[in-house]
Design a protein around this ligand. Structure first.
Ligand code: UDX
Length: 433
């Protein structure tokens, strides 16, 4: 098989498929990345993936190329793992990478093959791409398309790929369904659903819309808690015992970010508008708005601790990644908060255990430090914005000794307010008194 597009999804899928025993050729147009991957160098931070990559390369079952003719000759099955980012200035997703991959691959196909989309796409994309494939493939070559959405979480990508909670196959033919079921058979007994293209496309965006809604629900409760003196962390815990609600994705804080949730709910709204059912998803506008309000609320908490202004104050930001155990800074709440504080005149120093290089590239105007203590030295307020275990377990003693003032904003609600207050810190957190 080939895996076209070697981002978070593609590298993980390629390495995991090789681990299952398949012969895998990864394809990307970025020749530097392909060279790195062939040398066993992982361009992203992902738990357990470097080992899988090296094992795949060593076994000869995994390698990478930039050449589409080679990919067409190699694969019976071609997985599409390309990015579908939000278009600049609008809500819609940009699916041009998928179109480009199909244009590059299809004319080189010489035998019947199956193309399998894994990217998150606006509903209706699979049908359109299936038509394009048929149109671009040489006469006499039959190319089938299936849509097989991926639900992996960054930080758990290998685990989620090798032990998925479900497999969804959007297929038009028994052949496509059978090929995919055979291919995933080594994973064991995983609930597998065969559905149409549009349902397969929708499962992914519906799942992410639900998760985003759950997070924004508890963050909306945080707003109400702030107005009443209630404690959203206690509220969330009390809700979690109701098994109909459950405690996962119910952690209040600075809100969701990343390359998926924010852009997926926006693309979903845009697609619903195009389909004439925009009204059905107007609640997602609120989900998005609640989420973004949490960022400005976090800035407000820090400003209040400083007596109403950041002007000239040193501010330490702990965290740049959109979540822990990742170096991904796409739509990161932490970097948005850091930038907003800097725009208000704060002298911000950011530290993150894995995402500093990416953060430096994306936000060169911010200052960066090599450790939490270095970021905090001389600061008037410390903000914990990504809950890396290193920050959750922060030693108050050394930190208290280097800061100018003992002010902390716990943007992820992971610290013990009683312990911090009794050590002389002013502690503030979203949704807590
Ligand atoms: C998400 C989906 O979980 C995954 O199934 C899909 O395939 C891709 O999108 P990911 O982007 O890796 O995965 O991140 P996820 O773990 O879902 O977290 C998203 C954001 O929500 C993070 O910024 C996280 O910090 C935040 N979050 C999560 C909360 O603020 N509260 C929570 O309770 C849970």
């Amino acid at each position: 098989m080939t895996v076209i597009g070697t981002g978070y999804l593609g590298i993980t899928h390629a390495a995991c498929m090789a681990e299952l025993g398949h012969e895998v050729l990864g394809v990307d147009i970025d020749s530097d990345k392909v060279r790195q991957l062939n040398a066993g160098i992982l361009p992203i931070f992902e738990e357990g993936l470097d080992e899988l990559l090296r094992r795949g390369l060593a076994s000869g079952k995994l390698r990478f190329t930039t050449a589409y003719p080679e990919a067409a000759a190699f694969g019976d099955v071609h997985f599409l793992c390309l990015g579908t980012p939000q278009r600049p200035g609008e809500y819609r997703a940009d699916v041009s990478q998928l179109d480009a991959a199909i244009e590059a691959l299809a004319p080189h196909l010489r035998r019947d093959s199956l193309v399998v989309g894994k990217s998150t796409v606006p509903v209706g994309t699979a049908e359109r791409l299936a038509d394009r494939l048929t149109g671009l493939a040489p006469p006499g070559v039959r190319v089938d398309l299936a849509w097989n959405p991926e639900f992996l979480r960054e930080g758990f990508a290998v685990e989620d790929t090798l032990r998925p909670d479900r497999i969804v196959i959007g297929a038009r033919s028994e052949y496509a369904d059978r090929v995919l079921r055979d291919l995933y058979a080594p994973l064991g007994d995983i609930p597998t659903l065969t559905v149409g293209y549009t349902t397969a496309e929708l499962v992914k965006v519906a799942a992410n819309a639900f998760l985003a809604t759950k997070i924004s629900f508890i963050n909306a409760m945080a707003e109400v808690c702030e107005a009443t003196g209630a404690d959203v962390v206690q509220l969330s815990r009390a809700l979690s015992y109701d098994t109909r609600i459950g405690g996962r994705f119910l952690h209040p804080g600075v809100g969701f970010g990343g390359g998926c949730l924010p852009k997926d709910i926006r693309a979903f709204m845009a697609r619903a508008d195009e389909l004439g059912v925009g009204e059905a998803l107007t609640f997602l506008r609120e989900v998005d708005a609640i989420n973004l309000r949490r960022r400005s609320r976090t800035v407000t908490l820090a400003r209040e601790l400083l007596g109403g202004s950041f002007d000239g104050a040193r501010v330490a930001v702990l965290g740049a990644a959109f979540k822990p155990n990742s170096d991904d800074i796409r739509d990161s709440p932490a970097l948005d908060v850091a930038t907003a504080i800097q725009d208000e005149g704060g002298r911000v120093s950011v530290y993150d255990p894995a995402a500093l290089d990416n953060a430096r590239k994306a936000r060169p105007a911010l200052d960066y430090a090599d450790s939490a203590l270095a970021a905090a030295t001389g600061s008037s307020v410390v903000l914990l914005l990504t809950e890396w275990s290193e920050f959750v377990g922060l030693d108050r003693g050394p930190l208290g000794a280097v800061v100018a003032r003992r002010n902390i904003v716990d943007g992820r609600n992971v610290l013990d307010p009683v312990a911090w207050r009794s050590a002389g810190w002013q502690y503030r957190a979203p949704g807590r008194p």
